[in-house]
Ligand binder design. Structure first.
Ligand code: ADP
Length: 501
């Protein structure tokens, strides 16, 4: 929406006046600093079933596009119901040994997965960035190391299950079906695989259609780690493949991360079965700034909360609630900070905001932003040139938003922040909880007592205090209300993959 973007600022400031702020936009040219590691992509990726790469039985492949420049990266196999059947059969067969293997033996394999991923970290980071559009500094410093950390953490649990549920024994469920989204492809895979494997389950997993490459590359690591064939099976495809994975009669449990809409479809189709389920769905988190908060730190947290991974984050702090006395100051600081963000080539180490994952997602963001303008909110977008090719969107801040606006209620899943104000703590809690979702929230204040009160009253699975988007494998993550149920990470996440005896 170029007509609404901020006017380009003149390069030289008015004579004699001190500079009030740093202005970047597209006025400073940075030398490019591209990451150059070879992602070692194949031109075609087959399904990974029974420890081997196999062609899909339909012979069909679809294209995976680099959203940064709209070029084709590879062809990806489209699994049909027969392939999903084969994957479940392989997993069922593997379960007869993997499920009985002593935990300390299973741990060795899981440690190996973690170490092999670390060995190939740069290669995986580049592949993740090319396939999904996220800045290389994020895939390099967050996605890949955090994925390895999940395997390390759960490997550490595998020989200690006598202590995971005091007074009870635990046993694996059997074969589990998992479907993951496109925003953190490798990391979501690690979140799902690591606890399932550690507990002794075997897996059939489906990556998202726009980001299957790192999952299928992980098949190479699984083979190199010598994991018994069939313990992990990877079937790529679209919603039809996902539905076949979720509804397969062999699955003792299904775990899904994705939209609330698809989560509801899956729950409806599984109603009446005895399958265990965990659902990690959408969010519309409130990031709440009180007047006693350290404002500069809060601004960094707000920026991280909404612009991390282009805002393609289910727990993104997409609603900013600011205490009225500091609202004007926070908004001014925020706009100044957002002007310094660099949007562009995700493979450039200087890039803060990379490419939007797909044309479809870009259209969805554009439509929701247009609704915000139509509803009467004030739009701010910094100046700066966007690359000519690829899917990009400027960081966007809406102020004067009211609770009835679509941009305050619907998950945008893009770099778009809706700013509202509040006068009292009760009003902040009421506004924060006035949503169908309940995945996460942030609180910025100097007072410990206020943090404790807010974290009790906010109906959100995770409440961050004076920080945002902090993750750790030891810490359970999951939602309330339409954000889903079940936890991933920590002891709680492990127990979601166990039978208690
Ligand atoms: P998002 O686009 O927000 O990630 P989706 O819920 O559309 O959300 O996609 C998440 C994952 O669910 C993807 O891997 C997708 O292929 C898969 N999927 C889509 N439709 C279905 C369905 N009906 N049953 C199971 N999985 C599905």
């Amino acid at each position: 929406m170029p007509a609404l973007t901020e006017k380009k600022r003149p390069a030289s400031r008015s004579a004699g006046r001190p500079a009030a702020e740093l202005i970047f936009g597209d006025l400073w040219t940075f030398d490019p600093a591209p990451e150059t590691a070879d992602p070692k992509l194949k031109s075609r990726y087959d399904l990974f079933i029974g420890g081997k790469f196999v062609a899909p039985s339909s012979g069909k492949y679809f294209e995976s596009i680099n959203p940064a420049n709209e070029t084709k990266l590879a062809e990806i196999a489209h699994a049909n119901a027969a392939d999903v059947d084969a994957a479940y059969a392989a997993a069922q067969k593997a379960f007869s040994t993997w499920g009985k293997m002593p935990g300390k033996e299973r741990a060795k394999y899981i440690y190996r997965l973690a170490r092999l991923l670390q060995d190939r970290a740069r290669e995986f980071a580049v592949a993740e960035t090319m396939d999904g559009g996220k800045p290389i500094k994020e895939s390099r410093d967050f996605d890949v190391p955090m994925a390895a950390a999940h395997f390390f953490y759960h490997a550490g649990w595998a020989d200690k299950f006598d202590y995971v549920a005091p007074g009870r024994k635990v046993a694996p469920l059997g074969v589990v079906g998992q479907v993951i989204p496109w925003n953190f492809p490798l990391l979501m895979m690690a979140w799902k695989l690591a606890p399932a494997l550690a507990m002794g389950n075997c897996v059939v997993i489906k990556p998202a259609e726009t980001t299957s490459i790192t999952a299928l590359k992980f098949g190479e690591i699984i083979a190199d780690a010598g994991l018994p064939p069939g313990v992990i099976n990877i079937v790529s495809g679209f919603g039809d493949t996902g539905a076949a994975v979720m509804t397969h009669p062999t699955a003792a449990k299904v775990a899904f991360t994705g939209s609330t809409e698809v989560g509801k479809i899956i729950m409806r189709s599984l109603a009446g079965t005895d399958k265990k389920m965990t659902m990690e769905l959408g969010g519309k988190a409130a990031n709440i700034v009180f007047d006693d908060a350290p404002l500069d730190q809060a601004v960094e947290g707000i920026v991280n909360g909404i612009f991390f991974n282009q805002g393609h984050v289910c727990c993104a702090g997409s609603r900013l609630l600011v205490h009225e006395p500091v609202a004007a100051a926070v908004l001014a600081k925020l706009k100044a900070r957002v002007r310094t963000l660099r949007v562009g080539d995700p493979l450039d180490k200087n890039t803060d905001i990379g490419a939007i994952n797909s044309r479809e997602q870009l259209d969805k963001i554009t439509e929701l932003v247009a609704s915000g303008v139509k509803d009467g909110a004030d739009l701010f977008q910094p100046a700066g040139k966007l690359p000519g090719k690829g899917y990009y969107y400027r960081p966007t801040i809406f102020s004067n938003v009211t609770m009835s606006h679509r941009i305050a209620r619907e998950e945008i899943f893009g770099p778009v922040l809706s700013v509202m104000t509040f006068r009292t703590l009760d009003e902040a809690v009421e506004k924060a909880n006035n949503t169908a979702y309940g995945l996460s929230a942030g609180v910025w204040t100097d007072k410990g007592s206020r943090i404790l009160k807010m974290s009790t009253e906010l109906k959100a699975g995770v409440v961050w205090a004076n920080t945002y988007n902090k993750f750790d494998p030891t810490s359970p993550f999951g939602g309330y209300k339409e954000s889903g149920f079940g936890r991933e990470g920590g002891r709680q996440g492990l127990l979601d993959y166990a039978k208690l005896i």
